[in-house]
Every structure is written in C-alpha cells, then in structure tokens.
Design a protein around this ligand. Structure first.
Ligand code: BGC
Length: 757
C-alpha cells in the first residue's frame, strides 16, 4: 500500500469513517483503494473471537486456549514464558483471522480491590513493563499486533467510565506510566488502548498531554491509539488530542462531527490525516502478515490446541507461588502419600479465569480432581467443602474433616467465586467467602499435613488461618490447565518458582491506597503518591503477611559475591552487575533473582528501595549460572516535577540482590556522580533558607542585603535562626522596619533571574 497515495485519494468522509470501527471488532475496509480491514479481538489470556460480530454476547465465542491470566503470567517473573504465551495467542489469532489482540492489560495494581487485578501484571512498573514487552514481542513476531491497555491510570473499576483520577506528575511518571513506556520502547506495540477514566480532569481518550505529548512525542510511539469500547465522549476533542480510532463503530454521528469540524476549520485536516496515517500504517502491517481475515477457522488448528494446552499447563505451573512450606510438607510424594483428602469445590469445578471481556471459551478444562488421577496417587477422596457461592457451612465442614481425618494429607482448594471478582466492578473486601477460613482451620486441626491452594485473581486475607497450616500455594486464576499445574506442583513434578506481584497485606486497611479508595464525588485522589504497594509498606514499616516478590522453592539457591563494573560511575554511564547463583539443593528448580536499588540520600522523599531488574534462572540440582544485569541512569533517578526531568542525586546507592525482598543475599554500594546541576528558580517567595543554600542566591543576598541579616534578626539564638530561615525573602522589608527596601528585594531577584535550568 502506498500510504501517501491512499491518503491523497481518500475523501474527507472516508477519512472520518476510517477513524471509527466497522462493527465491534474491525476497522472499515475501503475497497476502492484496497485498504484492508484490521480485525481485532480480545484478549490478553486467549483469543475471544465471537462467532458472530455481536459485541453484547460475551459467551458465544469460538473455542481457543485459555492461558493463565495476566496476573499469573507475571507471577512467573519469566519474560521468556510471557513471550511464548504471546506467540501462542498470536498463532491462534492467525487461525481465527485476527490481526490485533486487545491485550495485554498492564495497569498497576494500586489496590487489591480492583476487580480487574487478575488482568493486570503487577504493583511494580518494572515487572509489569518487562513482562508486557515480552508478551508484545512474542505476539508481534508472529505478525499479530498487540495492544497495551488501558492508558492510563485505569487502576480500579469503581465508576470506571467517569472517575477522575487526581494524580501528581511525579507519581504519574514514576508509577503509572513507566510500564507503558518500557513496553513501547522495547517492543513497539502496534496499538495502545485509551482508558475510560479521566486523568486530572480530562478523559484519557481526549487527553493531549498523555496521547500527543507523552506517548507520541516523548516516547515516539508509532502505532495506533484506539479508544476503549465506548470510551470516546467527544470525538473531535479526542481526534485533536491524538486518538486515532474510536471503537466500536460505526460511529456515524461522530464521523459527521469530525467532517463538520474540518469543514468549519475547527479541526485542521492535517491533524485528521495524521490519525488516518497511523491506521493505514497498521493496516499495511496487518496486510503484510498475510492473515486471511475473511476465511477464519472455527477454532484453532488441532496442532495449536494440543500444543497450547501443554503450554498453558507449563505456564500455570511456572506461576504458582509457594507462600509457605513448613517441615517440607510439600511436595506430597505419590509413593509416600497413600490417601489424600481433596477438599473444595474449585478442585472439581475449576475457576480458571476472571469475568468480563477477557473471558475465553476454553478448548478443554482440566480440574485438580481429574489431574489427581494421573500421577499415581492411589486414594483420593473428594469432598466439596463449600457451596457454589463459596460459602462453607457446618455440614460442609463436617464432611471435609471426616475425609481429612482418614487421609495422610489434605489438599484444600479455596478461593473466590466469579460473582466476587470481575471486570466492571471492584471487590468489597479481601476476605475469602464465608466459612472458608473455618473450613481450613477445622481440617488442619485433624490433619497436620494440610496444604491450602488459593484460587483467586488477586490477594485475599489469610490471617485467620495462616498459622494453622504448614503449606500454602497461591495458584491465581491459572487458565484451562490450572488443575494439572496445581497437581504438578503438589506432586513435585514441577518445582514451584512463582513470586508475588502484589503485596499480600495482613489487613486491607494496611494497603497503600486504603485511605484514597475508591474516591468521592467522582474523583479518586492518588494520595499515597509514589508509595504504592511495597514502596508504601517499606516506607511506613508496616509488615505485610507476604511481601511483593515473596515465593519459596523446593530447593535452595546460594549466591556468590556480586560484582559491579565500578563502584563509582558518572550518571551518564551504565553499571554492570553480575552474581553467581548455584542450586545447592537436590531438586532442579528455578530462581527469581531480584535486584533492588536503595538510594542512601534523596532530595525528594523516595521509597526505601525499588525493583529495577529481575531474571529467572533455571538450574538443575548442583547447577550454577552467572546472572548479569545492566543498570542505566533511569534506574537510579526520580522524576522531579519542578524541573520536569529525571534527576539523580549525587551520592551513594545500595544495589541489593536477592531471592526475596526479605532475603537479600548481596549488597553493593556504588557512588553515582551527577554530571548535571539543577538550579531552581528563586523568587521573593522562597524562604531565606533557599536563598542561602543556593550559591548564586547567597552571593546576591550577601551583596545586596548583607550576610549577617539572619544572625542579626535572630540575635544569634539558633532556634530563632531556624524561624527566620523559614521566612520568605519578600518579608524582609517588613521584618527590618524598612531598613531593607522593597527595591532591594526586586534587585536581588533580578540578579539571579535566568540562571535556573
Ligand atoms: C474493556 C477492554 C476490552 C474491550 C473490548 C472493554 O470493556 O475494558 O479491555 O478490550 O471492552 O471487549
């Protein structure tokens, strides 16, 4: 396609129409100019290709593999796995005639209550960004575009189509944007989906600062920006602000508004051309990938169905988090565990995914109960333990206790039912359904070898029973093969290696967004600022039940001394870090090596430390590997809104490398030498302290007012001195009874003006 030529030949009406959907899942084709349609489908955990183009019916989609939810994929901390899953979903997209997958969802998990946390990766932007970049690359290698969503600050479902997120610039830059920024830079996604919500008063799909300035200009994003479904409220404003495509469509009334705006001169046609150019560019990419969108299969090929079920199983197992394992109760060796009491309805009727647009019509579903018949366990007695709503009454508990008492071990599968966790609304609390805690305690009372498996899309409170049981696995919502994966971990055929991607608090009230959630009068204030998740818990010294990054293994890893390329670098240089890791246990396993940077000084309040890199390494028993990281200046910097820039304070930074945040094995201190100096503009409103702390300010102050003013005013008393240092310069004439004239203050300000940068 010759894009310039097509652009030149499109009528104004055609251009406007190209910028809204043709139905729910496609852009309109323009046959006379051979512009193909771009087909798109949800979603992030497997393809949801409707049998008919009917947006309303989420249930009638073609079968496809239901992979573990995004929350699980991230819990694997395994970028290669994320890439393989991205590729597999793309392969099924090709089978089903789809050019763009509407995923991954990469919003930060700000609160455990967000109904869509199962669809999001992490509370940390480095983890979310790296997993996202891998997924996108994996998909796009197959010629299928991926869509980062929902840009930006769509961190809860409460009033999701209108809520106004009030977020300060530093928090936006350090917490809510970097996952998108990393994924854009590393993987060049074909598309980004604008969110429903407002950000600082402006709808995200009509936000020139987010879409034009940051995404397209600063980051150089070259794909198309589409709206979330029905997220456009003012199409002309959205077009002007950088939105390329309104979904779904057709949106005849809005197309007509765009035509009118261009005709009347309100919207320059060149702006509309820019939007159209991006759609044509992606249409061209789609065309080149050779997908037959007109003749899709009714389901993925048999080969894909079989291979992807195995991949879904591997991925689910890779993401199971072993939270606790006292006395090595797990794994339950089939040869030594004759009778198992398998308790919990979810073991039989699995909950494999969350509700809403990401819902996949799985090609098959393997339950825990079914999987327990495979690896050679001889006597598995199943009891439901609770009803369909998840509630466990005395009758259920009695049955479970009886089964547990007769067994060598009990596996209790608990968790959240569909009705509690979905796109479209948030959870009310982080409790398990009524009675599940009692069920666990009663079973554990009779059976010392009790293993609890939690099935939920986000964290749940476990305080009431955590000490009663020796072993707990968090299995998330693990997709269609989750049952088999859970048994893989329980039996020990897979050594667990997942890690928490969100803090598991002792109480909901301890979580970082608690006081600023869900919002009031249409607004939600991100009042905790950059202190989200572990950043908050560590800064406040509030111990959670399990930390972000926590997860155990059946083997042990030893870390040798960490090596850094230099213990003192300029801020413009990068730092190489290597650390040898050895599997010193008797089982093969995978370790997640986590690297945190802790600044020893900071001009602005910073989190005590932040994750900056991670690597999953697979090591056979006795195996050793040298794990290498490269840190760049952004890994040491914070965003200072007063300079609109990333800043590194000159000083020392501790690089911490470990197995878990509370199990740091290596610490190296490096000095980073700042090469840029930042001066803040001084005005008469700055306190005298600022003037005297600043070299130029002090010189001017000394020259015009005299260096001893503060001493004179305070009479040499140090507490008084502090008091005067807090007073702004412009009060000096009043303080001195006019001895220092107002003109002197003006002169002083003029002397330093223009020197700031
Ligand atoms: C969701 C998106 C999804 C779209 C299309 C919206 O309600 O927020 O994530 O891709 O629907 O199904």
């Amino acid at each position: 396609m010759n894009i310039d030529d097509v652009l030149g030949r499109l009528t104004l009406e055609e251009k406007a129409a190209l910028c809204s959907g043709d139905g729910a899942w496609s852009t309109p084709p323009i046959d006379r100019l051979s512009v193909p349609r771009i087909r798109m489908n949800d979603g992030p955990h497997g393809l949801r290709a409707p049998k008919d183009d009917d947006v309303a019916d989420l249930r009638s989609s073609k079968p496809s593999t239901c992979f573990p939810t995004a929350a699980c994929i991230a819990a694997s901390w395994d970028v290669e796995l994320a890439a393989r899953v991205g590729s597999a979903i793309a392969d099924e997209a090709r089978d089903l005639g789809c050019n763009i997958v509407l995923g991954p969802g990469i919003n930060i998990k700000r609160t455990p209550l967000c109904g869509r946390n199962f669809e999001y990766y992490a509370e940390d932007p480095v983890l979310a960004g790296d997993i996202a970049a891998a997924f996108v690359s994996g998909a796009q290698e197959r010629g299928v575009g991926a869509t980062l969503k929902h840009f930006a600050c769509n961190n809860s479902e409460f009033e999701r189509m209108t809520i106004d997120v009030r977020v300060d610039e530093r928090t936006l830059r350090e917490i809510y944007l970097p996952a998108f920024e990393r994924a854009v830079a590393r993987s060049g996604p074909w598309a980004i989906m604008g969110a429903y919500n407002r950000v600082n008063g402006v709808f995200a799909c009509e936000h020139p600062y987010l879409l034009l300035q940051i995404l397209k200009d600063e980051w150089g994003f070259d794909g198309l920006v589409m709206s979330d479904w029905t997220a456009v409220n003012d199409r002309v404003a959205a077009t002007a602000a950088g939105l390329d495509l309104e979904m779904p469509g057709p949106s005849n009334a809005n197309d007509a508004r765009v035509v009118e705006a261009v005709t009347s001169g309100k919207l320059p046609e060149t702006v509309l051309d820019e939007r159209v150019r991006r759609i044509l560019t992606v249409a061209e990419r789609a065309e080149q990938s050779g997908i037959d969108t007109d003749n899709p299969l009714s389901q993925p090929t048999d080969e894909h169905i079989a291979a992807h079920h195995m991949l879904a199983r591997e991925a689910a197992a890779d993401s199971i988090i072993l939270l606790k394992n006292n006395d090595g109760v797990l794994p339950l060796d089939p040869d030594r565990t004759e009778r198992i009491a398998l308790i919990g309805r979810f073991a039989d009727t699995p909950r494999i995914q969350g509700g809403g647009s990401s819902k996949v019509n799985a090609t098959r579903i393997e339950s825990v109960r079914e999987a327990f018949t495979q690896p050679g366990y001889r006597g598995v007695e199943y009891v439901p333990g609770y009803d369909e709503s998840g509630a466990a009454d005395a009758h259920h508990i009695d049955g479970a206790v009886r089964a547990a008492a007769n067994a060598d071990a009990a596996v209790v599968v608990v968790g959240l039912p569909d009705a509690i966790e979905s796109e479209g609304f948030d959870r009310e609390n982080i409790e398990l359904p009524n009675g599940q805690g009692d069920l666990i305690r009663a079973v554990a009372d009779k059976q010392p070898n009790t293993v609890v498996v939690i099935v939920a899309g986000s964290v749940v409170r476990i305080e009431d029973w955590v000490d009663a049981v020796p072993s707990i696995c968090f299995a998330g919502l693990g997709g269609q093969a989750a049952g088999a994966a859970i048994v893989d971990v329980i039996s020990g055929s897979v050594n667990p290696s997942g890690r928490l991607t969100e803090t598991l608090p002792k109480r909901l009230e301890d979580s970082s967004a608690w006081l600023n959630y869900p919002g009031e009068n249409g607004e939600v204030r991100y009042g905790e600022g950059v202190f989200v998740g572990y950043r908050y818990h560590e800064a406040k010294g509030i111990e959670p039940r399990y930390r972000f990054g926590h997860g155990l293994s059946y083997t042990e890893f030893e870390y040798g001394p960490a090596n850094v390329s230099s213990d003192s670098i300029l801020e413009t240089e990068s730092l190489s870090v290597t650390v040898p890791v050895t599997n010193v246990g008797e089982r093969d396993g995978a370790e997640v090596v986590q690297l945190y940077v802790a600044p020893k000084q900071a001009r602005l309040k910073r989190p005590p430390r932040e994750l900056k890199a991670f690597r999953k390494v697979r090591l056979a028993a006795g195996g050793r590997d040298e794990v290498a990281f490269v840190l760049s200046n952004r890994d040491f910097a914070y965003y200072d809104p007063s300079f609109a820039d990333w800043i590194i304070d000159d000083g020392e930074y501790e690089v911490q490398i470990g197995s878990r945040p509370d199990d740091i094995r290596q610490r190296v201190t490096v000095h980073i030498q700042a090469t840029r100096t930042f001066r803040r503009e001084l005005s008469a409103w700055n306190p005298m302290r600022d003037w005297l702390d600043d070299e130029l300010g002090r010189q001017a102050f000394d020259a015009v007012i005299g260096s001893d003013l503060v001493d004179r005013l305070s009479g040499g008393v140090s507490a008084e001195r502090e008091k005067f240092l807090n007073i702004p310069l412009r009060k000096v004439p009043q303080l001195t009874g006019g001895a220092v004239a107002e003109e002197a203050i003006d002169r002083l300000v003029e002397m330093v003006a223009g020197d700031a940068q």
